[in-house]
Design a protein around this ligand. Structure first.
Ligand code: NAD
Length: 493
């Protein structure tokens, strides 16, 4: 048996546990979690009841009262221990991520060795000192960043452990407690990660629960949860916002995207193709900020379609446990069906499928990297978020027109401009309605993201930002302490 297969077997031999008040908590119900590479059940996952959520909230509130009194250096130390512990268990957790989510093992391990630790260590290095607003003869005024209380972290299925750490790190540094709810498609690695981290965190500080979508809805309506940090689709984001209104929760919403890339005609199609393919198909296209619509000048459309088809066709699709796999399966049946439907619709409406376009034989949700030329608005592949390995190419004639069509989406997560004239690229990028606009890169390049760069969307792609100092402040509330200095009592009332 290969080492990864061995690590997976060992991981699955242990029961999966929710963590409540620092210990395993038995549940009455459970549900099946599927392996998308085999379309068969991988393991049973415990599902908490509403009463267990209530208990978790009480425990988290109590743990938070102590945690907020811990010095910032004390909090940093816990976060650094969490980062090392996560990396220590990367073989076990990586094997679980690949088995429940599908991505290649190296990328799965990276959630525990680089991405997760980058969030924990990056935020641990940040500061939350009070700001002096005024200090004169009459008064001294300071602005303090106080914790919000208990944060509900609701996680999607594309990067389960990384997204969890990206929310926990700022929440904990700021002095909050958290209740984590992984996606019902990918709960296993997160539950196990939090089991492995139990003894480096105060009990109750992070309660890790699992259940179906209903658990998310209970959390957003819960009066004992003060903030929701949600990552997921735009429709669910709307439901989260509506449900949080009654208790006036603070919200960070990281929602879907339909990112446009605009290629200017001064570029070389063959040179760009591998970069664009990686930006579109990394994680089998299941990245919120993947390149999802590519605008190509009419003069370059055919050359670009050929070059992209060649680069995409070279990617190896397979089980993420195999070392030579570039793209794993889609993570679940629902997403597989969406991608099949969108590509079929594009074909029916005159799109030219240059490579891929037909699901691979199962079992498992394998879909080949697909390039669709002559795509246009009105095709579902262009108008909806595909969240999968199918990239539409849209012709344009004028840059102004391309910008207008790129901005015509209700979403605005990120976007990119590709050109040899970087000054022009920056000017065009500045006109894209999105939270991050890249020049000559998009999402998947190592230089594209960093824990210090605030990330989030405009329009229906979300509210608020994650990462960076701006992201940290989302987990705080401002308090101004205004002390009058003069000794005599104030005049009048
Ligand atoms: P989803 O919206 O279906 O689910 C996300 C989470 O919300 C899951 O944990 C789910 O159980 C929970 N949930 C479902 N219904 C709920 C409800 N009514 N109330 C509260 N919680 C509920 O999204 P998904 O399919 O898991 O993820 C894919 C989507 O996430 C894509 O649209 C993608 O673009 C987006 N995404 C965005 C970002 C970002 O940073 N902007 C990052 C990753 C994914």
């Amino acid at each position: 048996m290969s080492e990864p297969a061995h690590a997976l077997k060992a991981a699955l031999d242990l029961p999966f546990e929710v963590t409540l008040d620092g210990a395993a908590c038995p549940t009455q119900r459970d549900f099946g979690v599927e392996n998308p590479a085999t379309a068969s059940e991988l393991a049973r996952c415990p599902a908490v009841s509403r009463e267990q959520l209530d208990k978790a909230v009480v425990g988290a509130r109590s743990a938070q009262r102590d945690w907020r009194e811990v010095s910032i250096d004390g909090r940093r130390e816990v976060m650094r221990d969490m980062a090392s512990r996560l990396a220590e268990y990367a073989d076990e957790l990586g094997a679980l991520i690949t088995a429940e989510q599908g991505k290649p093992l190296a990328a799965a391990r990276a959630e525990c060795t680089t991405m997760g630790p980058a969030s924990l260590l990056g935020f641990a290095a940040m500061d939350l000192s009070p700001e002096l607003l005024a200090d004169d003869a009459d008064r001294r005024v300071e602005l303090h960043r106080r914790p919000i209380g208990v944060v509900g972290a609701i996680i999607p299925w594309n990067y389960p452990v990384h997204t969890t750490m990206q929310k926990l790190a700022p929440a904990l540094l700021a002095g909050n407690a958290a209740i984590v709810k992984p996606s019902p498609y990918t709960p296993l690695a997160t539950l196990r990660a939090m089991e492995r981290l139990r003894d480096v965190m105060p009990p109750g500080l992070v309660q890790t629960l699992a259940g179906d979508d209903e658990l998310g809805a209970w959390m957003t309506a819960h009066a004992g949860i003060d903030k929701i940090s949600f990552t997921g689709s735009t429709p669910t984001g709307r439901a989260v916002m509506a449900s949080s209104a009654a208790t006036l929760k603070r919200l960070t919403l990281e929602l879907g995207g339909n990112d446009a890339g605009i290629v200017l005609p001064d570029t070389d199609a063959k040179q760009l193709a591998p970069l664009i393919v990686r930006s579109a198909f990394n994680n089998t296209g299941q990245v919120c900020h993947a390149l999802k619509r590519l605008f190509v000048h009419s003069s370059q459309h055919d050359a670009m379609a050929d070059a992209l088809a060649e680069a995409a066709g070279a990617l190896r699709v397979g089980n993420g446990m195999n070392q030579d796999t570039d793209l794993g399966p889609l993570a679940n049946r629902m997403q597989f069906d969406i991608v099949c439907r969108l590509v079929e619709d594009a074909r029916d409406r005159g799109g030219q499928v240059r490579c891929g376009g037909i699901p691979l034989e199962g079992p498992g949700y394998f879909y080949p990297p697909t390039i669709v030329g002559e795509a246009r608005e009105g095709m579902a592949l262009v108008d909806e978020e595909q969240f999968g390995p199918a990239l539409p190419l849209l012709r344009y004639d004028e840059v102004d027109e391309a910008v207008e069509r790129a901005n015509a989406s209700e979403q605005g997560l990120s976007g990119s401009v590709w050109t040899n004239d970087t000054a022009l690229g920056e000017r065009v990028a500045a006109r894209l309605e999105c939270g991050t606009a890249w020049v000559n890169q998009h999402s998947a390049q190592p230089t594209a993201n960093h824990v210090l760069f605030p990330f989030g969307g405009v329009k229906a792609s979300g509210i608020g930002r994650e990462r960076g100092e701006v992201g940290l402040l989302e987990y705080t509330q401002t308090q101004v302490i205004n002390r009058r200095k003069t000794e005599s009592p104030p005049e009048g009332r």
